[in-house]
Ligand binder design. Structure first.
Ligand code: NDP
Length: 505
């Protein structure tokens, strides 16, 4: 394990070299200001708009991206990753020549081959593990923040030293810098976003849903789990002291309870799912899928964002924030004394609590988690479900809507109803639909697991499929994009299923 500090980096390497910061957003502004305060020559390259004006107001010379690329010796690419490949090819690559240095703040575009710089330049990585505002605030406070550095091309023989000097210029070697490859940086970043974060988010929403269903007051549930800020504070202590050491800050009851019960949550499937995610990342499958999604105008992202906005948790959080009058200081990682939060006393929180309890009682979404405590209207038995599915699948094979969906597509879906013996498969291949009870004839591309009540609710329109999916009422394995594509035929499936159901129930 090697961590680089100030004494490992030499700012003189950058003296008399023109540095262009391309993009004056979150990272661009923070890094440009820090580098200038470290005594370096900075030119900002940006389109002529508000960002350019801000850079000028901050006292920088501003040029077009092309002009900055032509003038500078070092080019720090600090624009969003999704626009960088096109911009690099159009405005930057034509101005590169021997000895220039291209600096990225993420390994993504190089690691997945979306940008291929010419061989006669150095290509380095300086990737802060800190948001832009933190990069600037910590620098001004005389403190640092960790960064990853890396070298993808060392044409000059001094690429690593240049990356370290830049890391020093932005203030990162004050804390410590670790060297990685571009691929490692990109893969670790995506793993955090796609595996660690969502797995953790699911633990949180499962806990909230379970406790609300068991009748605990929503304000107490949210405060207990995360909105008091105690959990954020504990995470800070984990970073500071270590996972085990910080547990000594908790009571002996807490220590005994969490250690003796923790073993229950060692679920091997979690590792398998994480490995699946990591393989998608490493193989470039995710990067290709995301590129295609962007080329299509991000329809899936929009659908996912809309579905996320409908989660009942959002309203609960909003109302609790309002009732508290302020976000607890610990949740913002601020421990200074804050001005007292405005409040209109107990009457306000009583009104808020009863409103929210009312809402919980009325929530149709409780069923969407697959909860069993509240049976759905018109609950269907297993034998009825079998007959409904038999009729539904027969009509699905003849459906013009489903056949149209099957054009230019090869997709096999497998539905498993985990609270029964029932399973069925639907295949969409070159305009043909095959739909049968039982397992699929060949391995499915997407397997959806749910319960009879959730499937019935989803196929009759009582339950929003996407929301049930996001709150864990449906779990799936296989390709996420393919699973989401089934949304396109949701209306057809709903109609066919409802017709079949009406003849049976
Ligand atoms: P921002 O979204 O803040 O970037 C905005 C800047 O990009 C503006 O200057 C904007 O200028 C410019 N820009 C946006 N679209 C275009 C376009 N089509 N053509 C030209 N310029 C464009 O980016 P971040 O600072 O968040 O990220 C920059 C890099 O830093 C990325 O590689 C990111 O992965 C990395 N990074 C980001 C971190 C973060 O905390 N945000 C942390 C660590 C790394 P205008 O719209 O005027 O053209």
């Amino acid at each position: 394990m090697h961590v680089y500090h100030d004494e490992d980096a030499d700012l003189d390497l950058l003296a008399n070299r023109q540095i262009a910061v391309i993009g004056y957003g979150n990272q661009g502004r923070a890094q440009a200001l820090n580098l200038r305060d470290s005594g370096l020559q900075i030119l900002v390259g940006n389109r002529a708009d508000d960002y350019a004006t801000r850079a000028r107001d901050d006292g920088f010379k501003v040029a077009s991206i092309e002009a900055a690329a032509a003038e500078a010796d070092l080019l720090m690419i600090l624009i969003p990753d999704e626009v960088a490949p096109e911009l690099f090819a159009r405005d930057i690559a034509p101005h590169l020549h021997d000895g220039k240095v291209v600096v990225f703040a993420t390994g993504y575009n190089i690691a997945f081959g979306f940008i291929i710089p010419p061989q006669f330049v150095d290509v380095v990585l300086v990737a802060p593990r800190m948001i832009g505002a933190g990069v600037r605030d910590l620098y001004l406070a005389g403190r640092g923040f960790p960064s990853f550095i890396g070298v993808a091309q060392d044409y000059s023989g001094s690429a690593r030293a240049v990356a370290l000097a830049l890391a020093k210029g932005i203030g990162s070697t004050r804390t410590g810098v670790v060297e990685v490859t571009f691929a490692q940086e990109a893969e670790l970043d995506l793993f955090t976003e796609q595996c660690f974060g969502p797995a953790f988010g699911h633990v949180l929403t499962t806990s909230v849903n379970l406790l609300l269903e068991e009748g605990y007051p929503p304000d107490a549930v949210l405060l207990e789990l995360y909105m008091s800020g105690e959990f954020a504070y504990t995470l800070g202590k984990i970073a500071e002291l270590g996972l085990v050491e910080q547990s000594m800050l908790h009571s002996r009851t807490s220590q005994y309870g969490s250690m003796s019960r923790g073993i229950r949550f060692v679920i091997p499937e979690l590792r398998t799912k994480m490995m699946e995610g990591l393989e998608e990342i490493r193989s470039g499958k995710f990067a290709q899928e995301w590129a295609a999604e962007q080329a299509a105008g991000t329809p899936t992202l929009q659908a996912l964002r809309e579905a996320a906005q409908t989660l009942p948790l959002i309203d609960l959080e909003r109302e609790l924030r309002q009732a508290l009058g302020d976000v607890p200081a610990a949740a913002r990682m601020e421990y200074r004394s804050q001005p007292a939060a405005p409040t209109d006393g107990p009457a306000r929180s009583k009104g808020w609590l009863s409103r929210i309890l009312d809402r919980i009682r009325r929530l149709p979404d409780r069923r969407e988690t697959g909860a069993r405590s509240q049976p759905a209207a018109g609950t269907i038995s297993e034998s009825q479900m079998e007959e409904v599915l038999r009729r539904f699948l027969t009509s699905a094979e003849q459906s013009a809507g489903l056949q149209a969906f099957a054009q230019e597509r090869e997709l096999t879906t497998h539905y498993l109803l985990r609270d029964s013996q029932l399973e069925f498969a639907m295949g969409f291949r070159h305009g043909e639909v095959t739909a049968k009870l039982g397992p699929p004839p060949s391995p499915a591309d997407v397997t959806l697991e749910t319960e009879m009540e959730v499937l019935d609710g989803m196929f009759t329109g009582r339950i929003n499929a996407m929301r049930a999916f996001m709150s864990g009422g449906i779990s799936f394995s296989g390709e996420a994009k393919l699973a989401i594509s089934i949304q396109q035929i949701q209306d057809d499936l709903r109609q066919l299923y409802t017709d079949a159901r009406n003849t049976v129930v």
